[in-house]
Design a protein around this ligand. Structure first.
Ligand SMILES: [Fe+2]
Length: 386
């Protein structure tokens, strides 16, 4: 048995835990920057409550940057970083879905070092710059899926280059994460399903890829169990706090699992999709690509895929993993195709070339090595919903 574990993030988990934000934030100073999206945290009052709790704990000044969009870009990170530098903020609060959390993490590095977010992303040849310091971050997820609140990744898009890459650095671990499942109660059916599919895919890829880490695999197993039991309930009964709590928990577990084991080909092939089509939600791309890739992979790690099938309520046989993956997506209304998401057929070749270059690290740890031709046929299958 081998594993490594390092998670220097204080996690405060539980319904109602947002109330702790002020007290936690006060440890890092008196002037904070909240990074959030345009509307949902205003509509569900998460933003106003966050501000209220911080004010109660003598945070003197709170600046709000509310321009984060899905698939956050280098430009948004640069704009928020300028604000953080100009205002000399002591700490950053990321409040929202994965885009807000990833933006906050990128700003914590860019606003404390030189260059732009793109200098820190992991091209196959490595990042151009290595950060040496980061502003403290406190992350408050309002969805259940990203896992970003407990890992060292920030996924950033570069619209000019049509590329989406990850900053992976231990300085990106948040100082604290407040995971309050009550904040996810206002997610609609579609967002609940989409973000749940993200957590599910993190857990599946962490369980099955080639990285050996016993502890992270066990955590991924726990995540799969909870998602299989509770995602459908959360979709059907949006106010069911028990279902929401288990989904927040599963998302956190999956986020820890990928911190150690990373992801694999499904994420590797999704990133070029949402880089070229930023209107496509990350996990919708994962849903479209998932079954074809599970069919491609299962023979190369039969034990893990058989276990996955069993965890999903199927017979403990590797080939049953494909059924399990498809049925799960059907059950949450996410059996979708790249075509249905608006991907154009003529762009598949470009997507395959991008994935083959930019996702090479993930291709190497995928259960089965994928050549450029393999990648092209996987995109073609996913295009038709195969
Ligand atoms: Fe993901």
């Amino acid at each position: 048995m081998n594993f490594e574990f390092y998670l220097p993030t204080e996690v405060i988990f539980g319904p109602g835990s947002l109330k702790r934000l002020g007290e936690i934030a006060r440890r890092f100073g008196t002037k904070g920057l909240i990074i959030t999206g345009k509307s949902s945290t205003k509509q569900n009052r998460a933003l106003s409550r966050a501000i209220e709790y911080m004010k109660k704990s003598s945070i003197e000044e709170i600046i709000v940057f509310d321009e984060v969009e899905p698939n956050p870009s280098t430009k948004i990170v640069a704009k928020a970083s300028e604000l953080a530098i100009r205002e000399k903020v002591d700490f950053i609060v990321g409040l929202g879905g994965g885009s807000s959390l990833d933006s906050a993490k990128a700003v914590s590095i860019v606003s404390a070092n030189e260059g732009s977010a793109w200098d820190y992303v992991n091209y196959p040849e490595g990042p151009r710059l290595i950060p040496y310091i980061a502003r403290p971050t406190i992350l408050v997820p309002t969805t259940a899926g990203t896992g970003s609140e407990v890992n060292r990744y920030s996924v950033i898009s570069n619209p000019a280059r049509k590329e989406k890459l990850t900053i992976a650095n231990s300085l990106l671990y948040p100082k604290a994460s407040i995971i309050d499942p009550e904040l996810t109660l206002s997610m609609d059916e579609n967002l609940t399903a989409t973000t749940g599919v993200d957590a599910f895919t993190h857990a599946l890829e962490a369980l099955t890829n080639k990285v050996e880490d016993f502890f992270a695999s066990e955590i991924a197993i726990m995540a799969i169990r909870y998602i299989n039991s509770w995602l459908k309930v959360a979709i059907e009964e949006p106010q069911n706090i028990k279902a929401r709590t288990y989904m927040s928990y599963a998302s956190m577990l999956a986020g820890i699992a990928i911190d150690r084991k990373r992801v694999a080909l499904i994420h590797g092939l999704e990133h070029p999709v949402s880089a070229h089509y930023p209107q496509i939600a990350h996990a919708d791309g994962l849903a479209a690509l998932g079954p074809a890739i599970t069919r491609f992979n299962y023979g190369s790690n039969q034990d893990a895929y058989a276990l996955f099938a069993k965890l999903m309520g199927q017979e403990e046989k590797a080939h049953k993993a494909v059924d399990a993956h498809e049925k799960f997506l059907e059950s949450v209304n996410k059996r979708i195709s790249l075509k249905g998401l608006g991907v154009e057929k003529q762009s598949l070749e470009r997507l395959a070339e991008d994935a083959n270059y930019l996702a090479q690290r993930l291709i190497q740890i995928n259960p089965r090595f994928a050549t450029l031709e393999d990648i092209m046929s996987l995109y073609e299958l996913a295009y038709e919903g195969g």
